[in-house]
Design a protein around this ligand. Structure first.
Ligand code: CO8
Length: 380
């Protein structure tokens, strides 16, 4: 990097509501039983397929997920509703996503020792934004009294890493001094809780990261970005079709085909080798080898994916310390997963230790950053 850029703060906010696998399975099975009773005639005539039961055992074994956080729990477990009941906010109120974005942003700014006056660029990057405009990032910028500019970007599961790359490039190019990247992942409104294949996958959370030029950094824990790499390859295997054309297309904006759906098996088989190859080449491009990497902050979609990818990289199983897992507690939180892992598992690294943040998912998209921990600068 011409101008060394560092990550100087990270913040995590999680909702107060937890939904366990047991609660989710009870609700789904109640829904399925009701559906089968209500459609008995069509099912008996072979016109409609009966819904099969979901199981806690399957969910934990197939995904590693034990629970997830929900921004609003009310409604999700109600068999008559099967989606959160989020109170509508007027245009004069802080939006839901800006609120959770601010919660994580303030923690990241405290860690970096920054106020709004130090920051000049805000990126809100996640799988969905609750509206098209004004950008959530500009609402956040306003709330934090930041003089500069902000924009939203959507890259599904790679939204965080792709935004970090944008931030690094902006600082290196001189178009920003200090950037706040926020991932307010409010996934629950797009989950089809009536779909047995996917009702257990996602959780809500918000993460944030502060980046700046190395020369202005005063944080206790900071990481030089040695390199970043983004790659996309078109795939139809993970889709969320909800969009603004529904009004003109006369389609049901809330139909199952418009909510999150995927070919999970295909995704698993196709993305794991791509991610392992991507990581190997990225590490080599910054002049390191896989054994030089002390920590892998991997995307958190499925524990079996992470085990497979780290096995391919290391030629053996990674320890919990080398490749921490957070999806048992948080589930898949779209782009925030690898940043949660970073937030919870970075302070024990010592200066000189290297680590990699990596995401992979819909698009397909893969993003990664190689980091090296710096000496803390003496203050006062
Ligand atoms: N309970 C009991 N049995 C079940 C259930 C259930 N809930 N669901 C499926 N089964 C059954 C199936 O019917 C199947 O039965 P049979 O063998 O008789 O046909 C059997 O269990 C096995 O099913 P699968 O083959 O589908 O199961 P897998 O072992 O493949 O596990 C997973 C399914 C967990 C989905 C797995 O394939 C996976 O994790 N794949 C990777 C997916 C992934 O990473 N996707 C990325 C998604 S996120 C992303 O990119 C961006 C999203 C942005 C945010 C969206 C927010 C809403």
């Amino acid at each position: 990097m011409t101008v060394p850029v560092v990550i100087s703060g990270a913040g995590l906010w999680k909702p107060e509501h937890i939904i366990t696998n047991a609660e989710l399975v009870t609700a789904y099975n109640g829904y399925a039983e009701k559906f089968n009773t209500d459609h008995r005639t069509e099912i008996e005539a072979g016109e409609t397929a009966a819904l099969e039961r979901s199981s806690e055992g399957f969910i934990e074994k197939a995904s590693g997920i034990k629970q997830r956080y929900a921004y609003v729990k009310d409604g999700i477990l109600d068999v008559e509703r099967m989606r959160p009941r989020i109170p509508h906010r007027s245009e004069e109120e802080l939006s839901h996503q800006a609120e959770i974005a601010l919660n994580s942003a303030r923690t990241a700014m405290d860690a970096a020792g920054k106020t709004g006056a130090d920051i000049d660029m805000v990126i809100v990057s996640c799988a969905y934004t609750e509206r098209s405009y004004p950008a959530i990032a500009i609402e956040v910028q306003h709330a934090l009294e930041i003089d500069g500019f902000g924009f939203d970007m959507l890259v599904a599961c790679s939204a965080a890493t792709f935004a970090l790359q944008r931030a690094v490039d902006a600082i290196a190019a001189g178009s920003a001094r200090c950037v706040l990247v926020i991932n307010p992942e409010l996934t629950s409104p797009q989950v089809n809780y009536t779909d047995r294949d996917g009702h257990f996958i996602f959780g809500d959370v918000s993460t944030a990261v502060v980046l700046e030029a190395a020369e202005t950094c005063t944080a206790a824990h900071s990481y030089e970005v040695l390199g970043s790499k983004a790659r996309t390859l078109y795939s139809n295997n993970i889709r969320s079709n909800f969009g603004y054309l529904a009004y003109a297309e006369d389609t049901d904006p809330f139909g199952a085909e418009n909510l999150f759906h995927q070919q999970g098996r295909k995704v698993f088989k196709e993305v794991c080798p791509m991610a392992a190859e991507h990581l190997q080449s990225q590490v080599a491009e910054v002049g390191l080898a896989v054994p030089d990497i002390k920590r892998w902050w991997l995307h958190q979609a499925n524990i079996n994916m992470n085990l497979l990818i780290s096995r391919r990289l290391l030629g053996r199983d990674a320890s919990a310390e080398e490749a921490p897992i957070v999806l048992d507690e948080f589930a898949n939180t779209a782009s925030a997963g690898s940043i949660i892992a970073f937030c919870l598992h970075h302070e024990d690294l010592v200066p000189g230790d290297c680590g990699v943040i990596c995401s992979f998912g819909a698009g397909y998209s893969i993003g990664s950053l190689v980091l090296r921990k710096r000496e803390a600068r003496a203050t006062g």
